[in-house]
Design a binder for this molecule. Sequence first.
Ligand code: SAH
Length: 230
Amino acid sequence: MWSASVFTLYPEMFPGPLGRSMAGTALEKGLWALEAKNIREHGLGRHRAVDDTPAGGGPGMVLRADVLAASLDAGLAPDDPRPRLLMSPRGTPLTQKMARAFAGGPGLVIVCGRFEGVDERVIEGRGLTEVSVGDYILSGGEIAALTLLDSCVRLLPGVMGKDESGSEESFEGGLLEYPHYTRPREWEGRAIPETLLSGDHARIARWRREQAEKLTRERRPDLARKADEA
Ligand code: SAH
């Protein structure tokens, strides 16, 4: 079974929103598994300290290498085949392609950073691969981990309602998705585009393709260029 082990200072944040809706139902059905490990269990001293001041000075605190390593070593078998990730704004930006690759593997080990970040030596020493969810700063890795997990879990076999739902979404074909409409036929003076009501499937497919290309050119010229090159 696809399984995720999350190392965090806030285990109660999991499964959080992933305990609901599609991911939650799949979790209950045993289509995937999730465990959240509290890094603080390996904290030092009476106060179970996990962080310390940055070498060289500066603001904030840094998650200690020895504490995080102890938590990882106690929580994982040495031959655990799952990719070991650290959520980090410095990481490789998450893409749909990556989510697909992770979903096709055995699961994930995810470390959630806090404070100013994590001691560099444990990133190297435990072979953590840094993954980012975008060019902005969150206060901790937990929401980033939930985002990454959601993007993977919905791709696991049996999780999504209809099997084809997913293959036409934004990014899958290198384009943003075309606009959707549903009943009523007219709403506040706005009609559903006539083509979509024509019943002509070839025409509808062409219209959707054109809309997807137009939207992608307007909103994400970077993606449009990539799609042209492909
Ligand atoms: N000082 C760091 C930011 C620390 S934010 C810097 O400037 O790079 C605290 C933690 O939140 C990070 O260790 C990381 O685990 C998580 N985090 C913040 N933003 C993130 C992002 N965009 N993607 C993934 N994780 C993020």
